[in-house]
Design a protein around this ligand. Structure first.
Ligand code: HEC
Length: 158
């Protein structure tokens, strides 16, 4: 009798455990996974973002607004996806930095989308974008001893 209860209990535990495991698997393999946006993802997005934005600025300076808009659009798309990193860590300041950059990029795009582009005004908008990039870098980026930059992990804990 007692062993029966024990076995029932054990089975119950196994069942509970398998439900738990099942849920874990479902969370990973389900139709709507919730992937973690890691620091590596952030670094991998920043890497092409830099050259895209720089190319946009160079094209702008050369007066090739079509090319500038194209590279800017790519940089904007990359920038926008990084908001997930800050959302998943509930970093309001990081979210704010990304939004500011994206808005500044939209202003820059608008300035280059008119018939007669005011080159100086467009350059000022480009400088605004760069300033917005730097605002986040000042808080969240540090030199990597192995070269380049890395996420300042300690800043995520403040
Ligand atoms: C919300 C914060 C944030 C914003 C906004 C931001 N960055 Fe970054 N950026 C980072 C962090 C954090 C790193 C370090 C990540 C890494 O490279 O490991 C980084 C790294 C970089 C790197 C170096 C990549 C490498 O090779 O190590 C470049 C280039 C870069 N950012 C360009 C930009 C440009 C251009 C903008 C604006 C258009 C921008 N970033 C906006 C946070 C930000």
């Amino acid at each position: 009798m007692r062993s029966c209860v024990a076995r029932g209990l054990a089975l119950g535990l196994v069942a509970a455990a398998s439900i738990f495991v099942g849920e874990g698997l479902r969370a990973q393999d389900g139709p709507k996974p919730y992937p973690i946006y890691t620091a590596d993802h952030l670094a991998a997005t920043m890497e092409p973002l830099g050259p895209n934005f720089n190319a946009a600025v160079r094209a702008l300076e050369a007066g090739d607004y079509l090319a500038a808009k194209e590279r800017l659009a790519r940089a904007r798309e990359q920038m926008a996806t990084t908001i997930t990193f800050w959302r998943q860590r509930e970093r309001e300041d990081g979210i704010g930095f990304v939004r500011t950059v994206v808005r500044a990029m939209d202003d820059l795009d608008a300035a280059m989308s008119v018939d007669v582009v005011d080159a100086e005004a467009a350059s000022r908008f480009a400088a605004d974008v760069q300033a917005a990039c730097n605002a986040c870098h000042t808080v969240y980026r540090e030199p990597d001893p192995e070269g380049g930059f890395r996420l300042k992990a300690e800043a995520l804990e403040r």
